[in-house]
Design a binder for this molecule. Structure first.
Ligand code: ADP
Ligand code: MG
Length: 702
């Protein structure tokens, strides 16, 4: 596409000039007219809504109050000088309007006894409300003066820009110039038939109304159109990549279910698979017979039985003459996987080995050899598996446990371990809300194990306040007397590390006092300890030599101690919902009834109460993740690692589920009809994908 006037540098825009252009670049990263046009308001003030003074609340953003000026008085000296006006609404309630600057002008122009609309941010001080530097308008508004804008857009700006009169209003003026002069150059990005089907307004109209909404309905249409577009193009890219991958790469064929799978299934499996497990295995069977590479994400709550699904898939690879590997994020987890696989297989059927950071050089030499000549069928390990030195004879399947620790880069590295890329099965115990899964893993196929093995007793969760601590100690003693083990977890958060460590130490003291030797043994594990000590302490607990493990969140991921049946979470109000759920998942892994006790202080915010109540009410990880998404927003949930993927401008994955689903369905239909996007009606999409694949950013394209 040729450059348009919208690419003109900002310095040429009326009202900008070199100094402001430089500031806009520095402060908001804006270079061209387009950048201004795409700087959407983050909020709108309803200019038809008036508040009475008694309705005000210091939390409110910007408000309008109609009132009469009762008095004006200049108080203070020199730089503390200010003009304070008493301002009364129709009920007689009084607030203050305050000016620190332009005092002379206000004295001359703001009239005692006149009625005005005061607009600004209310603050509460010394028992009364005030607005400093309010915008004043005559009341009633003379017709036409404020235009017919009932919704005033508010733009984000910075202190430096504000000093140069580029506050929200200033930016609005510039954007208005761009729209007046160049709006007709805005090009449509989506095919007409999509706009029609989903009743979307044109891109041009949407841009006008996102900045200058004629009314609430127009604003909603504009938002819907821009959100749809944003989500649509993300899905287009994701699903296109998936499509290309499946057309470009041949996939290994696992078309026989052979002796290993059969023997394991018929003779060794100690339980019946749940329906959910069967369904996922079937999905994997279908994937691996299609002749294209499988990229499947299996989501399943802790304890849903992902390991056995992984094992059967790996045996399937073995039966078809391929090796398989399984990668875990930590040494301990890799070892646990290794041990549970060996025990499920009773040491028979296949050769299984482990490779981690602590594998000695000598062992490695042997391992490398055995991998290359195909003696090893299944290799379990940590990141050490990805190293280039590790070569397989014919790797057919890679299982990655706990996806959120592995990046896309690492996934790609694994692919290259075979000339035809191995099938990839990613397993995560962190339930992700549907919208996030569709966006973060939209290029993977997703399976869900949404059923726990039969007979599993749901974990009972209680919320206790600090004053009930003795009850908690009593309960711990009772469970330990039955032979159970107990986790006690403390928060350790970077921002408050010192204080947290103090709490942890005080807590440890208290536990040592309540649970003295020799009757009780306590393991202590926290991030500050040397790794070897950590491992030692964990081992002690895993082997049942200690009854209590006091820890910070290092135990969050994957440790499996079936005999531990009580999880105590201290300062539970400081954890996020998903984290609480993950922690709780450490118990309930054995036959015994398990418990989770959430300890918190008496004073709780509404948000904390909601989180703790949710934990008490439900054990369902998906339900919890949805609530978490509503409470915290998408960025926090996925963590910093992946947040880049989710830098959405208008859409919100917590709120726009329906639009996302529509956008995704649209894209799926397009690829069904036009797999390589060659139809003339999809030419805009073709251009987009071509450009995108040349690394050109979206807003430089449209
Ligand atoms: P996760 O999904 O958290 O990785 P695991 O695979 O570790 O879960 O399984 C948890 C426990 O449940 C293990 O002890 C496993 O042997 C057992 N298990 C798995 N599937 C079933 C089943 N269908 N019936 C009974 N127990 C099962
Ligand atoms: Mg697991």
């Amino acid at each position: 596409m040729q450059a348009s006037n919208l690419d003109t540098p900002l310095v040429y825009l009326k009202g900008v000039g070199p100094k402001r252009a430089e500031l806009l670049q520095k402060e908001l990263g804006m270079a061209s007219y387009k950048d201004l046009l795409y700087h959407y308001p983050f909020r709108y003030i309803d200019r038809t809504r008036f508040y009475q003074i008694r309705e005000l609340d210091p939390e409110m953003p910007l408000v309008q109050v109609v009132g009469k000026i009762l008095s004006k008085e200049v108080i203070g000296e020199k730089h503390k000088k200010r003009l304070v006006a008493k301002f009364a609404d129709e009920t007689g309630a009084i607030m203050e309007l305050v000016w620190f600057q332009s005092i002379k002008w206000v004295e001359d122009h703001v009239m005692r006894g006149s009625t005005y609309i005061a607009f600004g941010k209310p603050t509460f001080f010394n028992g009364s409300f005030s607005i400093s530097h309010p915008e004043l308008e005559n009341y009633p508004r003379p017709p036409g003066l404020t235009g017919n804008l009932t919704l005033q857009p508010i733009y984000s700006s910075t202190e430096k820009l504000k000093k140069n009169f580029l506050d929200s209003k200033g930016l609005q003026k510039l954007i208005q110039h761009v729209i007046e002069l160049h709006i007709n150059e805005v090009r449509e990005t989506m095919p007409a038939y999509v706009l029609e089907k989903y009743k979307l307004i044109s891109r041009k109209e949407a841009l006008v109304h996102i900045h200058f909404p004629a009314n609430q309905a127009k604003l909603q249409q504009a938002e819907r159109r821009l959100k749809f577009e944003e989500l649509f193009f993300i899905q287009l890219q994701l699903l296109y990549n998936k499509q290309v991958r499946s057309l470009k790469f041949k996939g290994l064929l696992f078309d026989t279910v052979g002796e290993r799978v059969n023997t394991f299934y018929k003779e060794m499996l100690p339980f019946d698979l749940t329906n959910a497990q069967k369904r996922v295995i079937k999905e994997i069977r279908i994937d691996t017979q299609k002749g294209s590479q499988m990229n499947r994400l299996v989501q399943g709550d802790v304890g849903s039985g992902k390991t056995v699904v992984a094992l059967i898939s790996m045996l399937l690879a073995n039966d078809n003459g391929y090796q398989a590997c399984m990668m875990a994020p930590t040494e301990i987890l890799a070892r646990q996987h290794y041990e549970s696989l060996v025990s499920l297989l009773k040491g028979e059927l296949v050769n299984i080995s482990i490779l981690t950071g602590t594998t000695t050089k000598k062992q490695r030499t042997v391992l490398h050899q055995q991998l290359e000549n195909g003696e090893i069928d299944i290799l379990v390990g940590t990141h050490a598996l990805i190293e280039d030195k590790v070569k397989f004879k014919n790797l057919g399947l890679v299982v990655i446990d706990e996806q959120h620790r592995f990046g896309v880069e690492q996934r790609a590295k694994l692919w290259r371990k075979n000339t035809i890329p191995p099938h990839i099965l990613v397993m995560t115990a962190t339930p992700i809300p549907r919208t996030l899964a569709m966006t973060l893993y939209g290029d993977l196929d997703v399976s869900v194990i949404d059923e726990l093995p039969a007979g599993r007793k749901p974990i009972e969760t209680r919320h206790l306040l600090e004053g009930q601590r003795l009850r908690m100690f009593g309960f711990m003693k009772q469970e330990i007397a039955k032979g159970r083990q107990v986790y006690v977890v403390y928060p350790l958060i970077k921002e408050s590390e010192k204080l947290d460590l103090m709490h942890l130490e005080a807590g440890i003291e208290q536990f040592r006092f309540e649970f003295p030797l020799p009757n009780y043994q306590i393991s202590i594990v926290h991030g500050q300890m040397p790794n070897a000590d950590k491992e030692f302490e964990m081992r002690q607990f895993i082997e049942g030599k200690t009854q209590i493990m006091v820890a910070t969140t290092v135990i969050e991921v994957g440790v499996n101690v079936p005999n531990a049946s009580v999880m105590i979470i201290e300062n539970a109000e400081r954890f996020g919902l998903s984290q609480l759920h993950q922690l709780r998942g450490r118990v309930g892994r054995g036959a015994e009834q398990s418990y989770c006790i959430l300890m918190s202080s008496n004073k709780l915010s509404e948000n904390s109460k909601l989180r703790l109540n949710t934990m008490v009410k439900t054990n369902n990880g998906f339900e919890i993740s949805e609530i978490d998404l509503q409470l915290r927003g998408p960025g926090d949930i996925t963590g910093t690692q992946q947040s880049g993927v989710l830098e959405l401008k208008v859409a919100n994955l917590a709120k726009d589920q329906i639009i996302l689903q529509e956008a995704r369905n649209t894209v799926i239909e397009i690829f069904e009809r036009d797999p390589m996007v060659n139809l003339p009606e999809n030419s805009l999409l073709k251009t987009y994908l071509d450009r995108k694949n040349q690394g050109i950013a979206f807003d430089k394209i449209s």
